[in-house]
Design a protein around this ligand. Structure first.
Ligand SMILES: [Zn+2]
Ligand SMILES: [Zn+2]
Length: 83
């Protein structure tokens, strides 16, 4: 059993290395949280900030173009619409 476990672990390590080296087009970007930036909502006085992500593999940056940011901005607009 121990030998099979070792083999399985080696296989997992191999796949992890392969994915780490694979192009983003194949496995998708490996987004890493880089920091935050002003959300740029419709309301210029709001203090919202959205997360910015950078791909560890290719260095591509989303400049805050992500689902989390869209949600934050939508929530802010809802709030300012209500009052
Ligand atoms: Zn990438
Ligand atoms: Zn806002």
């Amino acid at each position: 059993m121990q030998q099979r476990l070792d083999q399985a672990r080696a296989e997992v390590a191999r796949l992890e290395r392969e994915i780490a080296a694979a192009p983003c087009a194949e496995v998708g970007h490996r987004w890493k949280h880089l920091g935050g930036k002003h959300a740029g909502c419709a309301d210029p006085d709001c203090m919202c900030s959205v997360p910015v992500y950078e791909c560890e593999a290719c260095g591509n940056c989303d400049y805050g173009e992500n689902d989390e940011a869209r949600e934050i901005i939508a929530r802010c607009e809802e709030k300012s619409a209500n009052g």
